[in-house]
Ligand binder design. Structure first.
Ligand SMILES: *Cc1c(COP(=O)(O)O)cnc(C)c1O
Length: 378
């Protein structure tokens, strides 16, 4: 770590990206979505979430997500308050019957495993831990009734292929934390039973909600655990959220602004061509970022295996001659924000959010800006 950031380094205007937001969550919100929000400022905002206009908005969001994620027959989109972190507690109460298995390869995947490990009503989870920057697969184990995967480990920039393990106990569920992947990474929904996320990453909205697509097997599990009489707080009771969502409502009051921005983003993705189109934008951004790093004299992709490199969150190590925090600080002083690496990873690194809302051309401009800053610092 160095001392003061030389904020007098000025990036030439023609080098700057059009939008300087590269956070990995919260992430860039499209100005068009904000404009749509202000057009609803005097009608929808400030009205009851139990009345038709807001329920229509929730219905539009649920239908849009079903289409975007190509959910098979019988899958349901369910939502509630609290974000993905809250959903770990929801799952601990309402989805894991006795024992879960977790592949942990960074901060977020490890946090879910830790939440489960501290639950007195569950057995100790089976944890397959691998080094940050890599990933692994789950492996069928007797007695495990839920396999917990993470589609994109946001702390390290590693993407994971989603596949049901073979030879599991009958009825075992696959639950995927897709908080930062959803909307930007392709997957086969038939391989998963629970695909959950939050609005502030690929869906270019604000935080505070959790959204989960549940398969028929997952819905059955929810009902069975509930009828077994297990105690759970109502705010974390997935069976209540399933019922409320079927009526396009939430158990308690949601943030309407968050819902509007998310619905706008989902409709924008659908209008562009759906998940394939949105994922294609992320692929283009990622090819630019990793291609730049590979040909750079001082930058290297942190994730060694190209197949493991995330198309939505890019992590780029800088060599010892360049201090990454200083680079991010200079970028910030020039309006290019949130390129700092995940703090607990502790690497000399920049981390770049490349969600669907981010223009690939802006990622290109960002790489030129980083080169300019590094040159100016040396
Ligand atoms: C951001 C993130 C979370 C936490 O989301 P919150 O909505 O802030 O609780 C969980 N998992 C992953 C993979 C994330 O990227």
């Amino acid at each position: 770590m160095t001392g003061a950031v030389p904020t007098d380094i000025r990036l030439p205007a023609d080098l700057l990206p059009r939008d300087g937001r590269f956070g990995s969550g919260p992430s860039k919100i499209r100005p068009e979505a904000v404009a749509a929000l202000s057009s609803l400022g005097a009608t929808l905002l400030g009205t009851s979430h139990r009345q038709a206009p807001v329920r229509r908005l929730v219905g539009r969001l649920r239908r849009g997500l079903s289409e975007l994620l190509a959910l098979p027959e019988g899958y349901r989109v369910v939502l509630g308050n609290g974000g993905s972190t809250m959903f770990w507690d929801v799952a601990t109460f309402g989805l894991i019957e006795h024992r879960s298995q977790h592949v942990t390869f960074g901060e977020f995947s490890a946090k879910f495993a830790a939440a489960v490990a501290s639950a007195p009503h569950l057995e100790r989870p089976d944890v397959i831990a691998v080094a940050p920057g890599t990933t692994s697969h789950c492996t069928a184990a007797q007695g495990v009734d839920l396999y917990a995967l993470t589609h994109n480990e946001t702390s390290t920039g590693v993407v994971m292929g989603l596949r049901r393990p073979e030879g599991t106990d009958a009825g075992a569920l696959v639950a995927v934390d897709a908080t930062s992947a959803a909307g930007g990474v392709r997957f086969d929904p038939n391989q998963v039973d629970v695909y959950y996320f939050a609005p502030q990453k690929g869906f270019a909205s604000d935080g505070g909600l959790w959204v989960a697509a549940l398969s028929p097997a997952a819905l059955e599990r929810v009902a069975r655990i509930k009828s077994s009489g297990r105690w759970m707080p109502a705010s974390l009771d997935l069976s209540i959220a399933v019922e409320e969502s079927a009526r396009d409502q939430t158990y308690n009051t949601p943030a309407l602004v968050t819902l509007v921005l998310m619905a706008e983003q989902v409709d924008w993705m659908l209008a562009g061509g759906g998940l394939e189109w949105a994922a294609g934008r992320c692929d283009r951004s990622a090819a630019i970022l990793y291609g730049w790093a590979e040909s750079s004299a001082y930058a290297t992709p942190f994730v060694a295996k190209p197949d493991d490199r995330s198309p939505v969150v890019g992590t780029i190590d800088l060599d010892g001659s360049v201090d990454a925090l200083t680079v991010s600080g200079v970028l910030r002083a020039n309006g290019i924000v949130d390129t700092e690496s995940y703090r607990k990873l502790g690497r000399n690194q920049v981390r770049i959010g490349m969600f669907p809302a981010v223009e690939p051309a802006d990622v290109e401009a960002l790489t030129a800006c980083i080169d300019f800053v590094v040159c100016a610092l040396s």
